[in-house]
Design a protein around this ligand. Sequence first.
Ligand code: IPM
Ligand code: MG
Length: 372
Amino acid sequence: MHLKIALLAGDGIGPEVLAQSVKCLEAIGETFNHDFTFSKALVGAGAIEKSGTPLPEKTLERCADSDAILFGTIGTPRYDNDPSARIRPEQGLLQLRKELGLFANIRPVKMFPEIISNSPLRKDLVKGTDFVIYRELTGGIYFGEKKLSEDGSVASDLCEYTEKEISRIAHLAFKAAKKRRKKLTLVDKANVLETSRLWRKVVTQIADSYPEVTMECLYIDNAAVQLLLNPSSFDVILTDNMFGDMLSDQGSVIIGSQGLLPSASIGEHHCMFEPVHGSYPQAKGENKANPVASILSTALLLDHFGLREEYNAVVASVRKSLQKKIVTPDILGSSKYGTDYVGDFIADHITDIDDDMNMNDENIGLGKSTII
Ligand code: IPM
Ligand code: MG
């Protein structure tokens, strides 16, 4: 298969972790005879410095013209600490999602048995955790009208959703649930928000077309609690842009590190793959950030293009690194291995699917049909 892949490294640890993903894709290309071509483009703070905008026209064109985008991370303290900045790195990512119509953000959260003791929660609670968050990505409060009064003392962000925006992601989430454990949890705040009531109405109607899937509704505050008390009871979580952002970070902590969770952002014509974690500016250039979330995002890319064996090979290699403790210090405090070394190990072992890993779908880190 030939794939044109745009590389948007972004800020902070983005370039370091993305470089490891490229190594893995190159190893996959060699082993399975695929032709991946890469082209780099600027986004975020680096793009602001060079061109005054976080998403230069050239970057958008390159992305639109690619088969897939691999994204690093975005954001720097300079902007975080300056609430008056009107141009911010994050706008680059948000605009990219919007312009390319990447409305479904899919975030699988699955416990790796090799590092179950890394979870801050009790082993018996987190054992078997395997859920996937379907986060709406191009609507809601992220994209509604933003206002700041002239004297700067009043601000507002509009949260708006249309039936269409809700139903298109709801269908994807129900289809995923159908292939998984057939349970879908809609997370909202319908006791307070009008948009949440619209979500409930639309999603409840759609549920009729998927009789084999059991649907439940949870308020976000309760969902945050249940996710900690009983994470393994969740299968597919469907939710809006803002709640999905929060719940997915919570998910990463449940499985033991923020450096582990990948994501896929899917639209009708484009797709982008990026770690769930942020730009971790404190670790920038230190060669200590965990590359696994980014590497697993490439696994999702492969899965998206139907390259199942290749997906399995990446996940198996990641698991091997965990098993052999070739990990960054977020996973094992005393580890002497850095981002580069872990990336090399995973890329180098992509080909040897050996017996002791007992390769079958039940054992694969991210589980079945993570995407659609
Ligand atoms: C994420 C990130 C982004 C978001 C930021 C960087 C804009 O937190 O992808 O979860 O809020 O969507
Ligand atoms: Mg986030």
